[in-house]
Design a protein around this ligand. Structure first.
Ligand SMILES: Nc1nc2c(ncn2[C@@H]2O[C@H](COP(=O)(O)OP(=O)(O)O)[C@@H](O)[C@H]2O)c(=O)[nH]1
Ligand SMILES: [Mg+2]
Length: 357
């Protein structure tokens, strides 16, 4: 399961967002540092399409895709404003970062630690991540240079680490530079924070639109990073509603599928993952594979027998299935195609694997 760490300055809405995503109801408070230990939870990837498909198919059970979430406490003092050194190692284990930036104004929630300028916060956090990486790479680079002088085979490794160390010393996150596969594999054990995909979450508040802020954040962070806007508090309230009421609320606010779905999808994208589906009377199931996965690989996610005995896949898009009123109707209408083992699975494909073992 993909793991995502939630970061940000104190009192910006990290735990609120965590609660909205996990439905775990961890304590939030209108003062900084209310989270003393990391909260760990599993978020069901919100997916209105999956819910609707289950409805038209009459599936008895719905299985959402999942991500693991870590809500890290912010610890004050000693020249770091967001990342507690004692949690850095934990952070390096996660695959992606969701960075919460406060844009909402609320006099009952102090903002002295963060301010309400999301661009300033993005700059601060990016710099902290870069400095944390710079320390690790400077140390490793020194050691690698010594190793390389005794063993010529280690020269290329030392050169890669030294180059990255130089980039970081200039205050540039590693993600902002392109690296060869060889260089990337040299960095792997150091698990650089600035090479992890990051999704920037502008917490704009219930009545802020945040569009301008999001645009400015996008210009600040490394090119290609995704920026989403939401109100963590509104999402936390929405998460407590049943699906129909939630859909109505989102529709009333013009939020479409809801901001959480957008955020999680952006994270999936950043991680190079996508969802495909299987549908039946027993269950409607969202599965996760890497982008570029073939039909045969996707079959292996469902069951190893399906991969081994793969014959062909029948495929339609989720929207086609919903519009037709179910898989069988879709097939009758001719919207199901047949694909072979090398077909590259697309986001929102519904897949029926034909196999024999
Ligand atoms: N008005 C408003 N308050 C929010 C929003 N998101 C979070 N808060 C409040 O901000 C306070 C701090 O939130 P919390 O999630 O504990 O922040 P953390 O320190 O980043 O984990 C809480 O009182 C939240 O209810 C929002 O979108 N609008
Ligand atoms: Mg918190």
């Amino acid at each position: 399961m993909a793991g995502v760490a939630i970061l940000g300055l104190p009192n910006v809405g990290k735990t609120t967002l965590f609660n909205a995503l996990t439905g775990l109801g961890a304590a939030t408070a209108p003062h900084p540092f209310s989270t003393a230990e990391p909260n760990l939870g599993v978020a069901r990837v919100p997916d209105a399409g999956l819910d609707r498909a289950a409805e038209v198919e009459g599936s008895r059970k719905i299985v959402h895709a999942q991500i693991e979430l870590l809500d890290l406490p912010t610890v004050a003092g000693e020249g770091h404003s967001g990342l507690a050194p004692r949690f850095l190692a934990r952070l390096r284990e996660e695959e992606a970062l969701a960075v919460v930036l406060r844009a909402f104004e609320d006099p009952s929630v102090p903002s002295d630690e963060s301010g309400t300028d999301p661009v300033e916060q993005a700059e601060t956090l990016l710099l902290e991540l870069t400095v944390a990486d710079a320390e690790v790479f400077a140390r490793r680079s020194e050691r690698a240079a010594k190793e390389a002088s005794a063993d010529a085979g280690k020269k290329r490794f030392a050169a890669a680490v030294a180059k990255a160390s130089g980039v970081l010393e200039e205050g540039t996150p590693l993600r902002a530079v392109s690296w060869t596969d060889e260089e990337r594999s040299a960095f792997r054990d150091l698990a650089p924070l600035t090479l992890k995909p990051a999704v920037w979450v502008v917490n704009a508040g219930e009545d802020g639109d945040g569009a301008g802020a999001a645009e400015r954040v996008a210009e600040t962070v490394p090119a290609g990073d995704t920026v989403v806007t939401l109100s963590a508090r509104l999402e936390e309230e929405a998460a407590e509603l049943d699906p129909a009421d939630r859909a109505e609320l989102y529709e009333g606010l013009g939020l479409g599928e809801g901001a959480l779905a957008t955020m999680v999808r952006a994270t999936y994208d950043a991680l190079g993952l996508l969802s495909f589906y299987t549908l039946g009377p027993k269950e409607a199931h969202a599965w996760t594979v890497r982008q570029g996965a073939t039909a045969r690989e996707a079959a292996g996610k469902i069951h190893s027998d399906l991969e081994r005995g793969f014959i062909r896949a029948e495929i339609a898009t989720l929207d086609e299935v919903i519009a037709s009123g179910g898989w069988d109707a879709c097939k009758a209408a001719g919207c199901v195609r047949v694909e072979g083992k090398d077909y590259v699975v697309a986001e929102r494909d519904v897949v029926l694997v034909r196999f024999s073992v």
